[in-house]
Design a binder for this molecule. Structure first.
Ligand code: NDP
Length: 497
């Protein structure tokens, strides 16, 4: 592994002009009630960048009231008008890629050399949903009972509460915002307390594009602001991307008002490598699939499961790729992998590694702190792990890969399915029949063949089992943010047959 120490010459400057401890509510920047607020940290240097509000129930009430006032007029606007505004916001993002990227690098530790792709994807998702929102459909219209005609309307639900995590802050916010707004809902959006800066910047970009109250942003703790959103009586649906336990908490709170819940939760993706796969191709895929964003990706290839004959060659190729990953300060354009995004999470990942070693696991690459400063963890490969052990069964959400040996194809697929998560999986083989059979048998919301991790706005994303339910991206996502109404009309008795 090559790594460089934190170099202040490539450090990014704090965004002092941006955040002044304020929330964005009803089209205005509102001072935080609590003057202390929450510290926002640069994970590469451990320095405090700025402070943001620790919103509580009063701020949530204000934002929800603004969203409620805005929701009727917004939902009644013709889809084309909403689409025009979403397209304008996409243009704003494109024009602001440099600053949004700077903030994501500063606050989330995403390497500056690649982070621009996240911003361009966000703009693309807005454009996709601007168009898709103009094509909403009900499936049937016609006469299903004598003397009546029926039509189906697909309508906005009202006020959407959107709660996002810290791993792809801006992209996840837009992934929820775009379909919610395109379908005619207003939103109250709470980014992670760890990484609020790019989402606040988005609010600033949208301020003179979207009408007041349509798009409100509150920062605060999940256990306070997030919980208040989840249980709020005047929020009609909740969309959360977060950990599986948070999903359970949010669903339980939302149940008090029977609001709709859409959950994008954790994952523990397997990459199943069969005997006939090309080891070099597999290792090249895993370089990105396992270590992109320091493995802080719900679909990261965290479990590599290799059939016996391929094992030695795949291991050699994987270790060679891992050894050349360039880890270092994310402001350095040559860096491929930056730090973990926050201290508590770094400690959690290190804890996983310590317990795995104590349980008999063997680290064959990485395992340490890559720079000695900042929340870095080296890209790590672990073998000799028991299938039922914590390191295999639980989501680590870091640059940690376990490699397991399988007796044959069937055993490999059995190991792949034998976790509580079901978000993403991949299979590597040159045999198309075997690949299609594996795709059918893998119990995951997305299956890649001979690749792992590619996504597009047009295709759905969402988990099975404990990875949640509902879909993001694609036209299926619009179903999460709309409700179906049947209108039945009694026809006059004209006497005609
Ligand atoms: P968390 O579940 O800790 O937090 C997610 C969001 O929920 C944050 O905004 C958090 O606020 C908030 N939150 C936390 N507790 C509560 C609560 N009790 N009630 C309401 N809101 C709450 O997840 P992380 O931020 O740690 O993100 C990582 C997780 O997200 C991983 O498990 C990952 O797999 C999952 N994820 C899933 C994806 C998918 O598409 N399925 C994509 C990306 C990530 P705060 O941060 O302020 O505490």
């Amino acid at each position: 592994m090559s790594s460089s120490s934190t170099d202040t010459s490539t450090a990014l400057q704090p965004a002092t002009e941006l955040i002044e401890n304020r929330n964005y509510i009803d089209g205005s920047w509102v001072d935080a009630a609590d003057e202390v607020g929450l510290e926002v940290i640069d994970p590469a240097t451990e320095d405090v960048i700025t402070r943001v509000p620790a919103a509580g129930e009063p701020e949530v009430d204000l934002a929800v009231a603004a969203a409620r006032r805005a929701s009727g007029p917004w939902s009644r606007r013709p889809p084309r008008e909403r689409a025009d505004l979403l397209m304008a916001l996409a243009d704003r993002i494109d024009a602001d890629v440099a600053e949004l990227s700077r903030l994501e690098t500063l606050n989330a530790g995403h390497p500056i050399g690649v982070v621009g792709g996240e911003m361009r994807s966000a703009a693309d998702r807005l454009r996709f949903f601007a168009g898709a929102g103009r094509c909403l459909e009900g499936r049937a219209a016609g006469e299903y009972a004598a003397g009546y005609t029926s039509i189906i309307r697909r309508e906005a639900i009202g006020v959407a509460g959107l709660i996002t995590p810290w791993n792809y802050p801006l992209l996840t916010a837009v992934t929820k915002l775009a379909p919610a707004l395109a379908a005619g809902n207003s939103v109250v959006l709470k980014p992670s307390e760890q990484t609020p800066l790019s989402t606040l910047r988005l609010a600033a970009l949208a301020a003179d594009v979207l009408p007041p109250g349509v798009h409100n942003v509150l920062t605060g703790l999940g256990s306070v602001a997030g919980a208040a959103i989840a249980r709020h009586a005047d929020i009609d649906l909740i969309s959360l991307t977060g950990g599986t336990q948070t999903g359970r908490d949010v669903a339980a709170r939302a149940a008090q008002t029977l609001k709709r819940v859409h959950l994008e939760l954790g994952g523990k993706a397997p990459a199943v490598v069969l005997d006939d796969a090309d080891p070099a191709e597999v290792a090249r895929s895993l370089r990105a699939a396992s270590f992109w964003n320091a493995g802080q990706d719900c679909s990261a290839a965290a479990r590599v499961i290799v059939t016996r004959r391929a094992y030695d060659d795949v291991m050699a190729a994987l270790l060679s790729e891992v050894g050349t990953l360039h880890v270092g300060p994310p402001a350095d354009p040559a860096v491929e992998m930056g730090p973990l995004t926050h201290e508590r999470h770094r400690d959690a990942v290190v804890g996983f590694l310590e317990r795995a070693v104590a349980a008999g696991g063997r680290i064959v690459a990485g395992g340490g702190n890559a720079t000695g400063h900042g929340y870095f963890v080296e890209p790590t490969v672990m073998v000799d792990v028991d299938h039922h052990s914590e390191i295999v069964q639980r989501e680590v959400f870091g640059p940690v890969v376990t490699v397991q040996r399988a007796d044959d194809d069937g055993h490999a697929l059995q190991l792949a399915n034998d976790v509580e998560y079901g978000l993403g999986a991949s299979v590597f083989t040159r045999d198309v029949g075997v690949a299609m059979d594996a795709a059918r048998r893998l119990d995951f919301g997305t299956v890649w063949i001979n690749d792992h991790g590619a996504v597009t706005a047009e295709m759905p994303w969402g988990g099975f089992k404990q990875s949640g339910h509902g879909k993001e991206r694609s036209v299926y996502s619009l179903e999460e943010y709309t409700q179906i109404k049947h209108v039945m009309i009694k026809l006059p008795d004209s006497g005609a047959s």
